[in-house]
Design a protein around this ligand. Sequence first.
Ligand SMILES: Nc1ncnc2c1ncn2[C@@H]1O[C@H](COP(=O)(O)OP(=O)(O)O)[C@@H](O)[C@H]1O
Ligand SMILES: [Mg+2]
Length: 325
Amino acid sequence: MTSPTTTTSRTDRTPYAIEAYGLTKSYGKPAVRVLDGIGLRVGHGSVFALLGPNGAGKTTAVRILATLTAADSGTARVAGHDVVAGRSAVRRAISLTGQFAAVDETQTGEENLRMMARLTGLSRADARRRAGELLERFGLTDAARRPARTYSGGMRRRLDLAAGLVGSPEPGVFFLDEPTTGLDPRSRQELWEVVRGLAERGASVLLTTQYLEEADRLADRIALLNKGRIAAEGTAAGLKGRIAGHRLDAVLTSGEAYLRLVGRAVHHSPETLTLGLPTDGSAAHVRALLDEIDPAGIEIDRFTLHSATLDDVFLALTSEVPAHV
Ligand SMILES: Nc1ncnc2c1ncn2[C@@H]1O[C@H](COP(=O)(O)OP(=O)(O)O)[C@@H](O)[C@H]1O
Ligand SMILES: [Mg+2]
């Protein structure tokens, strides 16, 4: 535990930028458990995705780690500080998009950043330099002189990120709660690059997402949050490896065959009579699987084979369809 009276900085090295143990949180009366004892560890300079459907508890977890709300039980440390005892030290070390950054819509991106930099105590010249640096880094140089209200969703989020960086010592710890929800594909790509860039500079990023693809592309480690519990945690490859690794999608010739086999499938599509069956992808296993499920050779019309996706992992581990698919 860090004493709250000690002025500590990010030179306090712990193995993890963020670590949480047994966090629980309930809301309402009668109490509904929103977090049911979650633990997670985020290494320095890495991107960690908390992946889950709507209502899974992602925002609640982020709010606890960012000291905006208290857990009912459990402990967490961020940048080496306990989130309760070292609350203000945690706040100085973190950046939470869209929360601490108070972007003024009527001012330009540049004016916003310069003003924020001045508020953190930088001289006029240093504030201008810092604003210029951040605009450049977040691809906003061309839009620097336009009022923030004219920014697209993606630009606005990048400005939020830049604003969060103005005052915080880098590399820092970032909490990005569904940073790409509602963005068009191109803006999403741009934000992914920004997030990767943060981690490359040594920042630690915890982001939440409902998109399996986003977690897969961006995160070093992924935790699947479902109904307040971590259903699985690991690298994207590791999670995919926890199910069979490949999926054979068989298009069946009849509804009877579909119903007979549906129980063993990890993926179902009744409209097309298609079932996804786990396999290791080897010729031997695929041949054996086809022979086993369709000994007479009449019930499978055709099949495709592909690597397991995070969707498959999610379905296999939670038996639920994520909200967005
Ligand atoms: N302040 C609150 N008061 C009451 N219920 C809440 C509050 N915040 C969140 N919840 C409930 O907790 C559950 C999880 O919410 P949240 O953490 O926002 O999930 P997510 O971010 O994964 O969508 C939801 O059912 C939500 O309605
Ligand atoms: Mg949320």
